[in-house]
Write a protein that binds this ligand. Structure first.
Ligand code: MLT
Length: 272
């Protein structure tokens, strides 16, 4: 069920479905919580799923200041903490972050370790942007504000989806395109500036002693399997799952395999 809460100066929309162990799903860029639709449908039969639209995305709002200065990853993490406070959820959650949602997850887990029971890193990275990537993001943020999302969508689609998905699965291409198209340019530009400013957390990974699951699409070119295997070596208690027949958008390109991995992991954590 879609709900909304008012935080200080913004409104956050979120899905809250099912009951039991809370699992928080954080979406990627430039997307919204509906990228988790197949997982929400299945996992909410066994646990409580909370899937927010991060500040500015989906139906959540952003401030004028965010639009001008950008939103850093720790701000999204603070929003998630404020959302959990607002709905009175004190028990530790299983926190699952996809790509940019993973950048937010690092900030949340490092700031609020007691609020997290386990983590799932889905197609994400621990390193910061290279200088070139950072400059590219700032230029893209400016271009998006000036002329809208079309060229960003065109350049991102082949990175988000595998070649087979792009050429043979028009329904997935259309779902991802729609999600991107419905984003507010100001939210997209703000997140680009925030991602450009994010720090490298590689040196912090050893501190995340919680059980961790890494999920990566076998053809992910944004956070490739080899890079995520390197991340796995630094996390003390980790399982690694490579999702076949998928690029970066594992939750939609191979939803069944992602759901199964999450179900297995949640059952292990909860003893279910
Ligand atoms: C995402 O899927 O969230 C983005 O590709 C992350 C990024 O651009 O670094």
């Amino acid at each position: 069920m879609i709900k909304s809460v008012q935080l200080d100066s913004i409104q956050i929309n979120y899905t809250d479905a099912g009951s039991g162990q809370p699992v928080v799903l954080l979406h990627g860029f430039p997307l919204d919580h509906s990228m988790w639709t197949p997982q929400i449908a299945e996992l909410s039969k066994e646990c409580r799923i909370i899937a927010p639209d991060l500040r500015g995305f989906g139906q959540s709002t952003l401030t004028l200041e965010d639009a001008e200065n950008g939103v850093e990853m720790h701000q999204y993490a603070e929003d998630v903490a404020a959302l959990l406070d607002k709905i009175g959820l004190k028990e530790p959650v299983i926190l699952c972050g996809f790509s940019m949602g993973g950048y937010v997850l690092w900030q949340f887990a490092l700031r609020y370790p007691k609020r997290v029971r386990a983590v799932v890193l889905c197609d994400t990275r621990a390193v910061a942007d290279s200088n070139e990537a950072r400059e590219g993001r700032i230029k893209t943020a400016e271009a998006v504000m000036e002329s809208g999302l079309n060229s960003l969508i065109e350049s991102m689609l082949p990175k988000l989806l595998s070649k087979v998905t792009l050429t043979q699965r028009p329904e997935v291409v259309s779902q991802v395109t729609q999600m991107m198209r419905s984003c507010e340019p100001a939210a997209v530009a703000a997140a680009l500036r925030g991602m450009a400013a994010r720090e490298d957390v590689t040196g912090e990974l050893a501190k995340i002693t919680l059980p961790a699951l890494i999920i990566v699409g076998s053809e992910d070119v944004i956070s490739p399997p080899a890079e995520m295997r390197g991340m796995a070596e630094l996390l003390p208690h980790v399982q690694f799952v490579e999702i076949p027949e998928s690029g970066h958008m594992t939750t939609l390109e191979n939803p069944g395999a992602v759901t199964e991995s999450l179900q297995r992991f949640v059952a292990e954590i909860t003893g279910g």
